[in-house]
Design a binder for this molecule. Sequence first.
Ligand SMILES: [Zn+2]
Ligand SMILES: [Zn+2]
Length: 145
Amino acid sequence: MSVVKGRCICGGVEFSVEGPLRRIVYCHCKMCRRTSGHFVAATACTLPQLTISNSDRLRWYQSSASARRGFCDRCGSNLFWQPAGGTHVSIMAGAIDDPTSLSGAMHIFVADKGDYYSLDDGLPQYEQDAPNDALPLPPLSAPFR
Ligand SMILES: [Zn+2]
Ligand SMILES: [Zn+2]
C-alpha cells in the first residue's frame, strides 16, 4: 500500500495517508475562497486512511453547522476539511509532498467563483455541490500510485 506524506509550512502538523486518494475537487464556494486566498484544491480519503503523526499545532474551526476546517495555529496553513458525521476527510492538495500523482476531477460551487479568474481546463463544472454519484470518493477512484 502506498503512503503519501504531508505537512503544514512550519511542521507543527504532519500527517500521512495510505492510498488510494480521491482525485482533486476544486471548490469555489465563498468559504473556501476566503480560507485559501483563492480556491481550494482538495483530495480526500476515508478516516482510517489518515494518520496525523504530529497534531501539536492542529486546530479545528467549525466553519458551518455541517463542516469544520483543520489548520495550523502557528503558520496558518489550511490542511483539512471534514463534514460533520462523515466518513471521509478532505485534504488540501498543496499540503501533500510532491510528487502527488493526483489529477483534477471537477469544479464545484462554480456559482460562487470569483470574477478574477476563468476556468478552462475542460473538467466538469457544477453550479453547487456535485451529485453524490459524481464525486470520485475512494474506493471508487483509481488506485493511488
Ligand atoms: Zn504550521
Ligand atoms: Zn468550498
